[in-house]
Ligand binder design. Structure first.
Ligand SMILES: [Ca+2]
Length: 263
């Protein structure tokens, strides 16, 4: 039995040490890191608002078309925004599909930091005094006072929610010929909106500034041809879905074929 005790003794010491180290780490985490946990809360809010483009999610902005006016819009459906459905062009989903943050992080739907102070939200235009910008959220930090050096802010800069979609529509191998028109669908306050442009040789291709998220796009080539005495329209079109991420430029080529003449 003696040799076995000799082996066990160092093991016991090692386990005791591990427990002591773990205890210290956990103790420190619960007493000395409210800043870290506040940052986690702010990050959870930012992810709820903007999604995670790498994972193909676009958050509240993608569903509703703008950042929320109030943080509580992330957990309670605003009266002005309809509930989420796919009943739109190309089955693109839009509307409120919350909650966008884990309610457990914000008991009773109150948005506070780890010191119990209310968070400041920049909303759609930033705070009136300019302290917190559009789409930013601010904690007063350890001193509990907003606007001092220990504040915690996320994201670091005011937020841009738009990206650019550049379309080239090829018709019978001609890029953006006369007769092409493009309609892009998006969302405003959770409802479908659209904008249509026709090919303008003066301006070149099709460039749209769009809110980040998934958009339906319809491209069409419309040509009229004289058929005996009648003028007959020949339309070739396609509708598809694409996504736009904020601050990014996305280039998409679309191909159409037509029996009409292409100029
Ligand atoms: Ca502060």
């Amino acid at each position: 039995m003696a040799p076995r005790r000799l082996i066990l003794a160092p093991l016991t010491v090692a386990i005791a040490l591990t427990v002591a180290v773990l205890g210290a780490a956990l103790g420190e985490r619960t007493t000395a890191e409210p800043g870290v946990r506040t940052t986690e809360r702010l990050t959870a809010i930012a992810t709820g608002v903007y999604g995670d483009v790498v994972k193909g999610t676009f958050g509240y902005v993608g569903d509703v078309g703008d950042v929320p006016e109030a943080l509580t819009d992330l957990v309670r459906q605003p009266p002005s925004v309809p509930v989420y459905t796919n009943d739109h062009t190309a089955n693109v989903g839009m509307g409120w599909w919350g909650p966008y943050v884990n309610r457990g992080l914000f008991p009773r739907d109150t948005f506070t930091d780890e010191w119990g102070q209310a968070l400041e939200w920049g909303g759609r235009r930033g705070t009136a005094d300019g302290r917190t910008g559009r789409g930013q959220v601010r904690s007063g930090g350890p001193d509990g006072v907003l606007g001092t050096r220990d504040d915690i802010v996320a994201p670091a800069d005011p937020v841009e929610t738009s990206g650019t979609l550049l379309l080239t529509v090829w018709v019978n191998r001609s890029p953006n010929p006369e007769g092409v028109e493009v309609t892009v669908y998006g969302t405003s306050n959770g409802r479908e909106i659209r904008q249509t442009r026709r090919m303008d040789p003066e301006r070149g291709g099709f460039s749209f500034s769009l809110t980040q998220g998934i958009h339906a796009v319809r491209v069409a080539h419309v040509s009229s041809t004289v058929d005996g005495r009648a003028v007959r329209a020949i339309t070739s079109d396609r509708t598809f879905k694409t996504f736009v991420a904020s601050r990014m430029q996305r280039m998409v080529d679309v191909y159409l074929g037509t029996v009409a003449d292409v100029h």
